[in-house]
Design a protein around this ligand. Structure first.
Ligand code: SAH
Ligand code: SF4
Ligand code: F3S
Length: 441
């Protein structure tokens, strides 16, 4: 009798690092005979890879767990696992609140997932949220064939910055950088499997300090080494902290054509008083000067950021300073969030801004960012850009890909394949994507 493979459904919340981790967990479970399914109803195991960054994100996990109850009733041996940052932050508490959960695995323990699943077969309910001394990436299986031309590659994890609002230093632990040789090997393998664009990931990726063949390497040096890999056409990295933008990394943007002209550099607020209360350790002026230096190295750099509206203590004047900074920089895109008080963070005990005031500020920030984003998209019309094509579009004969500046671009064209990198003339801008025509090679 042949074994039918078991089916694993993974739902991923939160940031790109969780996307990367979900892939690696799928690979680890693949070695135990599990194949992925999009449909939780046919799954033998459901794994939620969770995010703790804002209250809404964390609460969503509990409502989704509640929604799994009928599946578990219909199929009692269905395994339900919780991974990621809620797992790390709440551990066993998750099982107390949701007894249907069979295992809880913290963000640094994914290499132990297969043995934890085996323990559930014996009727145990394992919880593992220790920060281990070994490196999970050394112990996870090799990455299989990628079907896509783009890939994430985690180079750094954790954060030592302790911004007053943020759970990440607690859910991901201290900053750790992977050694240069491991990263280069992983990148080389990805490229040999058809990957043409790699996004280097880290909670504080430009704080990268990895062990190189000749001592400590920063991110600039790592990028230059990756750029020498034949067949790798594009390099991106995210997320960066303004205080870790070194001269070498800025210079790399001017010298290395494979390093794409898009930079997500969160500032959170434009008010010095709030930046101080947030423990960001730089002023608005310093951030603006930094962006000037980056644009001096790479004049077409598209900037992106995160903003928090309604941080405790934020006045109308502080809020206007954020709007001023957004106007001054001119973002290609940006994310903004209403402040959410998170247990265990320094700001948690501080008196908040009334919720309706925070909502109104958030809307103002979002409206301004949307306006800038539209203007940036519109300004692309008539320009020629590189586009890395990923897949056919929804319409007949249409292909979609990403521009150098990370815009979604679609064209009508014959004979494209995933991974084709072509020059495209932009002919029209919609709210969320650009349309263009292929230029001759
Ligand atoms: N490591 C990255 C991203 C951290 S989380 C960085 O340092 O920028 C992504 C974004 O979520 C943050 O940039 C911040 O804007 C937002 N965020 C984090 N904690 C938050 C909170 N408690 N309330 C609202 N937004 C928050
Ligand atoms: Fe959170 Fe600040 Fe670290 Fe970013 S730098 S992960 S916002 S503590
Ligand atoms: Fe969320 Fe954890 Fe990422 S809290 S944003 S999934 S690091």
């Amino acid at each position: 009798m042949s074994d039918t493979p078991k089916k694993l459904h993974i739902k991923t919340y939160g940031c790109q690092m969780n996307v990367y981790d979900s892939e690696r967990m799928a690979e680890a479970m693949g070695t135990k005979g599990y194949v992925l399914t999009d449909d939780p109803a046919e799954a033998d195991m459901v794994l939620l890879n969770t995010c703790h960054i804002r209250e809404k994100a964390a609460e969503k996990v509990y409502s989704d767990l509640g929604r799994l109850r009928p599946f578990k009733e219909a199929k009692p041996d269905l395994k339900i696992g919780v991974a990621g940052c809620v797992a790390q932050a709440e551990g066993e508490e998750i099982m107390r609140r949701m007894p249907l959960v069979d295992l809880v695995v913290g963000s640094q323990n994914y290499h132990r997932l297969p043995e934890m699943v085996a323990a559930t077969d014996r009727g145990e309910k394992p919880v593992d949220t220790e920060f281990p001394t070994e490196d999970k990436f050394d112990l996870l299986p090799e990455r299989p064939l990628s079907a896509r031309p783009t890939a994430f590659l985690t180079v750094q994890e954790g954060c030592d910055k302790f911004c007053a609002f943020c759970v990440v230093p607690y859910t991901r632990g201290a900053e750790i950088s992977r050694p240069v040789s491991r990263i280069l090997t992983e990148a080389q393998k990805l490229v040999s499997k058809g990957v043409r664009e790699i996004t280097l990931l880290g909670q504080n990726v430009n704080g990268y300090h990895g062990e190189g063949p000749d001592g400590d390497w920063g991110l600039g040096k790592l990028v230059r080494a990756l750029a020498r890999i034949d067949g790798l056409e594009r390099i991106r990295y995210t997320t960066s902290h303004p205080n870790d933008m070194t001269e070498d990394l800025i210079a790399a943007h001017g010298e290395e054509p494979k390093l794409m002209p898009y930079l997500h550099l969160p500032v959170q607020s434009g008010s010095d008083r709030i930046l101080k209360l947030m423990n960001r350790k730089h002023t608005a002026e310093e951030y603006i000067r930094l962006v000037e230096r980056i644009r001096a190295a790479r004049p077409d750099m598209m900037m992106s950021s995160d903003f928090i509206a309604g941080f405790p203590g934020e006045s109308d004047e502080d809020h206007r300073a954020s709007l001023d900074l957004i106007r001054e920089i001119g973002y290609g895109m940006a994310f903004s969030f209403k402040y959410s008080s998170r247990p265990g963070t320094p700001a948690a005990g501080r008196e908040g801004v009334p919720s309706d005031v925070a909502d109104a500020r958030l809307q103002e920030i979002q409206a301004l960012i949307t306006e800038q984003q539209r203007a940036t998209q519109q300004a692309m019309v008539g320009r020629d850009v590189g586009v890395l094509f990923e897949k056919p579009g929804r319409l007949e004969g249409q292909w979609v890909g990403k521009s150098d500046y990370l815009h979604a671009v679609h064209v009508k064209a014959e004979g494209l394949a995933p991974g084709a990198l072509r020059r495209v003339r932009i002919t029209a801008a919609g709210p969320n994507s650009l349309a263009g025509e292929l230029l001759a090679d």
